[in-house]
Ligand binder design. Structure first.
Ligand code: SAM
Length: 324
């Protein structure tokens, strides 16, 4: 199998695909206050186009796919896409990142389609705070989604918690308690200042770890199935793990193995750079012959590292536009 290796000797084998720019939440840190203008339906890649792109990527060495968005579960017939991707030669894993609201509804179809694993995003366990951050009253559906994911044995089930100073840092032990009760992998992620006008919520992973270590003796474990960004820990009585992701204070760019595909067919080299290559032709088609060169060009131009600042507006597209 051919390998995609960039100018900094990183092997690129992971493609994150934003299957839609639409989301059923309005998270303050993910979407600008004024909202975003949704792409027209005919601007979104069809499943057939996504499959063509992934087939070429797989021939070049892409092995892992993550479906994201927007929220991937708001895209119609998403399980069909999972099944199509699972059949592609060379693709070893198809996973999904979702807010979990529709997970219970689609879990059976997704399992049957072969979805390997799921990450669910949840920043608070309290209904009023959930509504405050997401602007939607849906926490009970998310909690049900987590329960369903565990019952369906998606392995592993990870919970993504964006660490927000003075908002959810008082709940970190409640999240950790979940790992005592369930085989859940709770991952705390540093907040990144993308177009967030609602103040600075940055809290470093180091500060969080210091707070945790005063009460819990944690032991480092190797959970990653590759060079993922999280560092994982366990502690006595823990059925899952606690993970830390520090994109700002201690970025993991030197082991970055990923490219991102936006919902309208642009290949992005880095979450924090607006450089991209349009995989569609001027007439909006996927030209499979040109795809290989476009992938290789993206790899050639992948920056060595990002330069995210802890505070202020990094003047980048928000996650909802890129696909987190
Ligand atoms: N809708 C899906 C979800 O909620 O997981 C997938 C897309 S969302 C953009 C992917 C992840 O990005 C979520 O875990 C979300 O919390 C995270 N995210 C969005 N904006 C962020 C920011 N400014 N800093 C850190 N994480 C962010």
């Amino acid at each position: 199998m051919k390998q995609l290796v960039d100018a900094y000797q990183r092997e690129i084998d992971y493609l994150r695909i934003s299957v839609t720019d639409r989301c059923n939440l309005r998270c303050r840190y993910c979407m600008p206050e004024e909202g975003v203008k949704n792409l027209a339906h005919n601007q979104i890649l069809s499943y057939e186009q996504i499959v063509k792109i992934v087939k070429t990527g797989a021939e070049l060495g892409i092995k892992k796919i993550r479906l994201t968005g927007g929220d991937p579960l708001v895209r119609k017939d998403i399980a069909q896409l999972v099944a199509l991707l699972k059949k592609i030669n060379g693709i070893k894993e198809v996973s999904m990142t979702t807010n979990g609201i529709l997970l219970s509804e689609y879990a059976t179809e997704l399992k049957q389609a072969g979805l390997d694993r799921v990450n669910i995003s949840l920043d608070t366990l309290k209904a009023d705070k959930y509504q405050k951050i997401t602007k939607v009253d849906a926490i009970s559906k998310v909690k049900q989604g987590i329960k369903t994911a565990l019952e369906y044995d998606f392995k592993p089930v990870k919970l993504n918690v964006v660490l927000l100073k003075d908002f959810n840092d008082d709940e970190v032990f409640d999240f950790i308690d979940l790992t005592r009760k369930h085989p859940l992998h709770v991952r705390f992620i540093e907040w990144m200042a993308f177009n967030d006008t609602a103040g600075n919520n940055y809290l470093s992973i180091d500060e969080l770890k210091t707070k945790l270590e005063q009460r819990i003796k944690m032991e480092s474990i190797d959970l990653s199935s590759g060079n993922g960004p999280a560092r994982y820990y366990t502690f006595s009585g823990c059925k899952g793990s606690v993970g830390f992701i520090s994109p700002v204070s201690n970025h993991f760019c030197d082991s970055c193995n990923r490219l991102r595909l936006t919902a309208d067919g642009k290949l992005r080299f880095c979450l924090c750079s607006e450089q991209e290559i349009d995989l569609l032709t001027a007439r909006g088609q996927v030209n499979t012959r040109a795809l290989k060169n476009k992938f290789e060009s993206a790899i050639k131009n992948k920056p060595d590292a990002h330069n995210l600042k802890e505070t202020g507006n990094n003047a980048l597209d928000s996650m909802s536009q890129i696909g987190g």
